[in-house]
Design a protein around this ligand. Structure first.
Ligand SMILES: NC(=O)c1ccc[n+]([C@@H]2O[C@H](COP(=O)([O-])OP(=O)(O)OC[C@H]3O[C@@H](n4cnc5c(N)ncnc54)[C@H](OP(=O)(O)O)[C@@H]3O)[C@@H](O)[C@H]2O)c1
Length: 310
């Protein structure tokens, strides 16, 4: 496949489109990067549904946003969504799928947590960050098909490039490394975004699939690492080179909203810490192996019991 040349878009946050009449879902939309995505979508006029694991916390974030920006109550809705629980995904999708949808941002994530498993025995970061989003996208795609310039944006990390997919050990039963498992889940995010895009294009769908990342962002994600040394080290790195969530979100917002963003590039921030440009870069070879992407897709269908119909 021929990919377009890497692209830099200057200050894309200064020219965001009007989103009046559009509907968006943001998973994990009440914290960190998800919260600023929710805020931007709502301020541009969209109606946003936050998929939240902790509904009480998310309702507080919603109330704060509405009050701070004088938004009407219907602009932002919170609904329970636990991406490691298939029943919760089903309930959430049933509620969100009632009308045409324009934007689906697969943002929620856990990072470098101790070894835990989902009900199928799959390691929890792969299950939450990838499988849960795979199942949710499958259920929401028919609503996106009815949307205007509909886009799915999967939030990954530049760390995907260091990962090995290792589909033979999804339980992480041999020598668990929290960081390696996180990187694998982020590789799965990127491969899913690309394979979804290929399948959508082949089927003639109007929905487009993008992958984006925030670089290093100062969010609560880095406070949950079990290792004190990792927490301290990450805080120092985030303080030195990280961005606040607002500017760090530029790649995600570009992928979601910019007319010139190509889904064949990986979108993230570049340049200024406070007013960054967005750069679309080539995906690394580890993410573009078609055979591996098809295997991941088939395993994901089997483990979630979902088929993405196109
Ligand atoms: N921060 C960075 O430097 C960085 C770098 C690269 C990539 N990313 C990616 O950016 C995305 C957003 O992370 P963030 O940095 O903004 O972290 P964050 O503030 O911790 O946000 C993560 C969100 O995911 C939600 N979540 C976690 N497990 C969930 C589950 N089982 N079901 C539903 N929601 C769940 C969290 O809900 P609760 O609040 O209820 O836990 C929270 O709202 C993640 O995909 C992450 O991998 C972040």
């Amino acid at each position: 496949m021929d990919y377009p040349a890497p692209t830099r878009l200057t200050s894309p946050l200064l020219t965001l489109p009007d989103l009046a009449g559009r509907r968006a879902v943001v998973t994990g939309g009440a914290s960190g990067l998800g919260l600023v995505t929710t805020r931007t979508f709502a301020l541009q006029g969209a109606d946003v549904i936050i998929g939240a694991r902790d509904v009480t916390k998310a309702e507080a974030a919603r109330a704060h946003l509405l009050a701070e920006h004088d938004l009407s109550a219907g602009k932002i809705t919170v609904a329970e969504l636990d991406l490691i629980d298939p029943d919760s995904i089903e309930r959430f999708a049933g509620m969100a799928a009632g009308a045409p949808m324009d934007l689906l941002v697969l943002n929620a994530g856990i990072s470098s947590v101790p070894l835990r498993h989902d009900r199928n025995g799959i390691e929890s970061q792969f299950a939450t960050n990838h499988l849960g989003h795979f199942a949710l996208a499958a259920r929401l795609l028919p609503s996106l098909e009815q949307g205007t310039d509909p886009r799915v944006v999967t939030v990954s990390s530049a760390l995907y490039a260091a990962a090995k997919l290792d589909l033979e050990d999804l339980a992480s039963s041999s020598r668990y490394s929290p960081g390696r498992a996180y990187n694998r889940s982020k590789l799965a995010n990127v491969m899913f975004a690309l394979e979804l895009g290929r399948r959508l294009a082949e089927s003639g769908s109007s929905v487009r699939s993008f992958a984006a990342h925030p670089g290093m962002a100062r969010t609560p994600l880095h406070t949950t690492y079990p290792s004190v040394a990792t927490r301290v080290m990450t805080r120092i790195i985030a303080g030195a080179i990280g961005r606040e969530p607002g500017p760090a979100d530029v790649g995600v917002l570009t992928a979601a909203l910019h007319p010139d963003a190509s889904p064949e590039l990986f979108w993230g921030p570049t340049g200024s810490k406070t007013h960054p440009d967005a750069v679309g870069d080539w995906f690394k070879p580890v993410a573009t192996d078609l055979g591996a992407a098809v295997s991941l897709w088939e395993v994901s269908e089997r483990l979630t019991g979902t088929r993405i119909a196109m």
